[in-house]
Design a protein around this ligand. Sequence first.
Ligand code: DHB
Length: 467
Amino acid sequence: MRFEKELYQVEKITVGNDTIEVRAFRNRIYVDKPVQEEFQQMNVFAPETYYQGGTIHGYSLHTAPIFMPNLVGGYMPGMAGEPVGMPWEQEGIPNTIFRALQHGYVVATPAIRGRVLQNASGEYIGKAPACVVDYKAAVRYLRHFAKELPGDTEKIITNGTSAGGALSSLMGATGNHPDYEGYLEEIGAAKERDDIFAASCYCPITNLEHADMAHEWQFLHVNHYHRMHMRMDEGGRPAFTQEDGQMSELQIKASEELAKRFPDYVNSLKLRDENGALLELDAEGNGSFKEYMKRVVLASAQRALDFGAELSDKKWLIIRDGVAVAMDWQEYVRDITRMKSAPAFDALSMDSPENDLFGSGQTNMRHFTEYSRLNSLTGGEMAEDGAVKRMNPMKYLEDNAAVKARHWRIRHGECDRDTSLAISAMLALKLKEISCEVDYHSPWNVLHAGDYDLEELFAWVDEIAKS
Ligand code: DHB
């Protein structure tokens, strides 16, 4: 394993009215036995002033936190980032990496394998848990060359959105766990720790084997769906098409059956609110957990009200003297609308991104829940338990062999319908219970998105880095 310290570029980059000067260490292969070099390499950037003894916000060459975003979406391969020129960025508007460097962070941005990659013999080489394994290998590489690289490897903060948010949560939940060791050895990862200081997770699409039931618990009786399909155009920019439809009888039946399975799962977690009260659901899906979820949404509305938003058009929301006091859950769900038909993740036709994620070297798509395996329309195979477990941070929170990130920031938009709001809430609650420090809320009127509040994100990083 190599890190050529003398191989770098110093670049002055201007976006809009802002200019930064950075030292760029690009295309560093972070494992000894890569299976796909393009997606097992990393770019590392540091403010150039650090090499002249300068400081930014009190940070210097070896004290600056290492902000480590992944650019994974849809569990597809994620590319290594750049401070300018990413396909989706808007002209003249600094991207996350640019802003992080300007703020004084070192930025390490690994490419990561994804579900569609194949080798020359047609074997799949990016199925679960390859994405987590690569992210861990990149952290290990940073530690292995800590003396040569900029930044403080005890202050690594991962960041990602959606599938990338899920990966960030896995990084925070599974530090050094032996479950990943064999995979890390296979690709020749450095023999170092892979636990991290903090995880920033936007709308994590995670806890996948329980995501169908959580989704139907939330969206039950909303049988019409609206969804946007994203594909990349020729220029690599996202392009969207709209699909609307009514769920079939089979899908409505799946929705009802899956919704019935959620209370047992929630109750098995023995979640507690900030006052220690148990959060549960009865067989109808009502109870203290649902009341807690209403409080998450009400808190979201309250923050919007406090910032002067006008919410009187929200008929499901009861506001008295500027205070969001109550809500009608069913009408709220109708208002935000359903995006995915049932089952939302482990599709009966076995053609979802998650079916693809849980494929194997030889099999492209597999099921990963008992319900969809039993009701499969394709007779597809089931992924092995270990693969499903390795993709679920919830499975590691009470396992002492996993070193947890001490600090967490989780954001999941109030009208995000890619996964149930319960998914992030359960993660946040469990993390608090095991004494992690968690900053969780659901920003008002925010869909499935990330990095929309960088000032607040960086303020959080600064606070935990200096504490
Ligand atoms: C993503 C979104 C989804 O709805 C999903 O099921 C998986 C991944 C994403 O945007 O990364």
